[in-house]
Design a protein around this ligand. Sequence first.
Ligand code: GDP
Ligand code: ZN
Length: 333
Amino acid sequence: MPRRRLSESQIKRIRKIQERRRGRLDARAQIALSDDTETSAREGLVVVRHGANLAVEDQSNRVFHCLSRQNIGHPVCGDRVVWQPTGSQQGVVTALIDRRTVLSRPDYSGREKPLAANLSQLVVLLAPAPEPSEYLVDQYLVAAELMGIKAIIAFNKADLLDTDSLKGNRERFSRYEDIGYPCVWISTKDGLGLVTLSEKLAGETSILVGQSGVGKSSLVMALLPDRHIQIGRLSKATGLGRHTTSAATCYRLPGGGHLIDSPGVRSFRLGAIGFSELQMGFRELAPLVGQCRFADCRHDREPGCAVKQAVIEGQIHPERLARFQHLAHGSRT
Ligand code: GDP
Ligand code: ZN
């Protein structure tokens, strides 16, 4: 039987099929190559954690649903991680990158449990009502100092203050500015000061803390007009559902920087700390530690106390020292 001769079009078709196969092979070789840990490992940011599920954002702001390898520790919101893709929107976290800072709170057994990582700034929110408490402010500031992060004070509902009370409050809180904590006067209602505040948030990873009713929810909404879009994007990418909003979430701010928000993070408080830590938490007092006559000076009634001397000389405000003493009486050691 004579061999059938292939028509011109059949030859073309066969060539095409082979090309396609080669193409596929090439793609497979690429995948095999990239399966190598070195080439597929990427850095990412944990934007939500819900149990074992993580939403990880890559450097081009795409979100992947990741699970974490056991034995690498417990990634939390704000953690930088090494991860590898395992699907178009999935991946596995293989390593935790060292945390620069960590915000934690004791769990039911008293062990410190991380809530958020790599924060760089605490924003203490105050308002004319509920009545501001410097005692609470100082506790937040101590927490910030001990975490090694910046702190700023934002005084909200400035629209409720007349000229005189605005002046009075400015004077009252200027003491904090004197020791290096900026104060911003804002109103989420009429937008006053929000540009100034956004400038202070740019490039930082901040959290917002303060008493109930000072306007934290209102401020989060004002700072993140696209919050629901970001939440939708996270839940769509991860399939985790909208309940993840109860977990700490790391939002991207339109003016740059991140805001980590969740009810647990907002209501965090200074835990029990020892006397020496407390001294480090008062930034104008910390440099004087070790300069008193007695090594174990409590800066109370001891002679030759460098801290008392600094109060006399006006470097430490007497009310800050009084609140330090009050906290010291409640401290462990
Ligand atoms: P949160 O408990 O700290 O989250 O406070 P909310 O955001 O729920 O606000 C508490 C109340 O203060 C609400 O009734 C808000 O409408 C009101 N509020 C928030 N910001 C402002 C503001 O800038 N000016 C005024 N006048 N009221 C505000
Ligand atoms: Zn002393």
